[in-house]
Ligand binder design. Structure first.
Ligand code: BG6
Length: 506
């Protein structure tokens, strides 16, 4: 990744600018980048809306200060850095808005508006386009922009797509074929916001910058790996999307697969974007095809969340009362490589689970000599050594190992050595979208999903979905506020249990 401190002049276009994602994540992230001095002064940001709005009401709708203080990295993150403009907030001066109804008829006026803003601000011909839009309009919108000559010869153009990229392999391939008619792979930035999370980015550093961990990161030492992304929320106001997606498509196909790839990959040839992504893709391509015994699906029924009663999934607003959509999935994945021979990777995610937590737990094998096992003079059984990467909350890394409790005799206890990342560097700083937008504007694709990764992961997910097709469902099968269906526990086998690392709060 390059260390360019300021992006090139360009026009940034945000489609879907009045949507939730744009308001909660994209504009606050751009605001934070402007405060840090990363945005060039000639970087107009054009919010594209469906309804006509005045520029001022659009800026007001972004509630910029409020969001920056409340969410996008906190006030600490909002401090201007060296080279950044001090004093009055200059961000609103960069923000413009234009309405566009996605038709040929209004296309010339739309492009003319963008060209005019570009000329007024000396932004030149570079265009960075962010699609915070439903996936079914990606292709149509991209085609219109090309036809309307939004992009200029001799200048760069980049286009960022939010997930989901397709609903299955066939639809993803179709979308990709249409988009690559107009854009080269190096111009396409497929967003997976987990790749922007600091502790996800730390996985490579932990593994490849530390002999302590790199030596043991293989089948000789590792018994199994668990990756959990659990949420306490239900589907909120997204039933329309979630009914079609479910946990498998919404989380497993993308976020969990990315964390799996980073955890299991071989050492990349270099830190170049393509070398890193080559190594990640190889993991997904080497996954053994799943059998029906390799996964458990679930859907939550009524229960409790944060101490208050909550309805079941089928009772949520906009959900079919007979819905067969999965809100939970646990998968046993086998990476077919000498490094991971015989080491299962267990992935799980769910809505309305007991607590919100995302982490990767690497569980080491028992000590082969067994000196302290079954010895009558020893009290307590040595627990497994465990390396936990806590993606959120309480970002950090801990290592669990056994010690002797002080005093007479030999009593063993498992303790944890802790790197509290958020204590040292702050909570969620910078926010994932800020990192991703910065890399997008720099033109570094390392943190974006390449097409072959999307294809490999859909291939795996399609096989899984085919195995469950036409199966009678007996949902709901877990209560809201619990850790998922009991069958997910049995999936682990071998006396294993799902782990959640100890929280050491400072
Ligand atoms: C999104 C999913 O990609 O990730 C949501 O569509 C999910 O359903 C969200 O809630 C989780 O992200 P985070 O950053 O809160 O773990």
């Amino acid at each position: 990744m390059n260390g360019q401190t300021r992006c090139d002049p360009c026009v940034i276009l945000v489609f879907g600018a009045t949507g939730d994602l744009a308001r909660r994540k994209i504009f606050p992230a751009l605001h934070a980048l402007q405060r840090k001095g990363f945005l060039h002064a000639a970087t107009p940001i054009v919010g594209v809306t469906r309804q006509a709005m005045s520029r001022q009401s659009f800026i007001d709708s972004l509630e910029l200060e409020l969001k920056l203080d409340a969410g996008a990295g906190g006030a600490q993150d909002a401090q201007p850095v060296e080279g950044a403009s001090a004093g009055a907030d200059a961000f609103p001066d960069l923000v413009h808005c234009v309405d566009f109804d996605y038709t040929q008829a209004t296309l010339p006026a739309f492009v003319e508006f963008v060209d005019r803003i570009s000329a007024q601000t000396n932004a030149g011909g570079n265009r960075a386009v962010y699609f915070a839009l439903p996936a079914d309009v990606f292709e149509k919108t991209a085609t219109l922009l090309v036809q309307g000559r939004l992009f200029k010869d001799g200048a760069w153009r980049r286009i960022a797509f939010e997930k989901p990229f397709g609903q299955d392999l066939a639809s993803a391939e179709d979308l990709n074929t249409k988009i690559t008619c107009h854009f080269d792979e190096h111009e396409i930035y497929r967003i997976d916001h987990y790749l922007g999370k600091e502790l996800v980015r730390n996985i490579m550093v932990l593994r490849f910058a530390n002999p302590l961990f790199s030596q043991m990161w293989n089948a000789e030492f590792v018994d199994h790996v668990q990756i959990t992304i659990a949420e306490t929320l239900g589907v909120e106001n997204r039933a329309g999307y979630y009914e079609q997606a479910g946990a498998v498509r919404d989380m497993l196909q993308n976020h969990l697969m990315q964390v799996l790839a980073l955890t299991a990959m071989e050492t990349p040839a270099s830190l170049d974007a393509d070398d890193v992504r080559d190594a990640m893709v190889r993991v997904i391509e080497s996954l053994r095809p799943p059998t029906r015994d390799d996964f458990v699906l679930g859907q939550f029924g009524e229960g409790e969340s944060d101490g208050r009663p909550v309805p079941g999934y089928r009772q949520e607003k906009g959900v079919d009362p007979q819905s067969a959509t999965d809100t939970f999935v646990a998968l046993r994945a086998c990476v077919d490589s000498p490094r991971w021979s015989g080491v299962p990777f267990f992935l799980r995610t769910g809505k309305r689970m007991a607590r919100k937590v995302a982490e990767a737990n690497v569980v080491l094998r028992d000590q082969p000599c067994g000196l302290f096992n079954g010895e009558s003079s020893v009290q307590g059984v040595p627990g497994p050594n465990l390396v936990s990467i806590r993606i959120q909350p309480n970002e950090g890394i801990s290592v669990e190992f056994n010690v002797k409790v002080p005093g007479d005799g030999m009593r063993l206890e498992t303790v944890a050595m802790e790197h509290c990342h958020h204590c040292v560097y702050g909570i969620n700083t910078p926010e994932a979208y800020e990192i991703l937008l910065q890399e997008f504007l720099r033109g570094d694709p390392t943190l974006f999903t390449r097409w072959d990764f999307v294809r490999a992961s859909w291939l795996h997910i399609d096989r899984l979905m085919q195995l469950r097709a036409n199966e009678p469902v007996s949902f709901p099968n877990y209560a809201a506020g619990t850790s998922g269906p009991p069958e997910a526990e049995a999936l682990l086998g071998g006396g294993r249990r799902w782990l959640v690392s100890r929280d050491i709060l400072y």
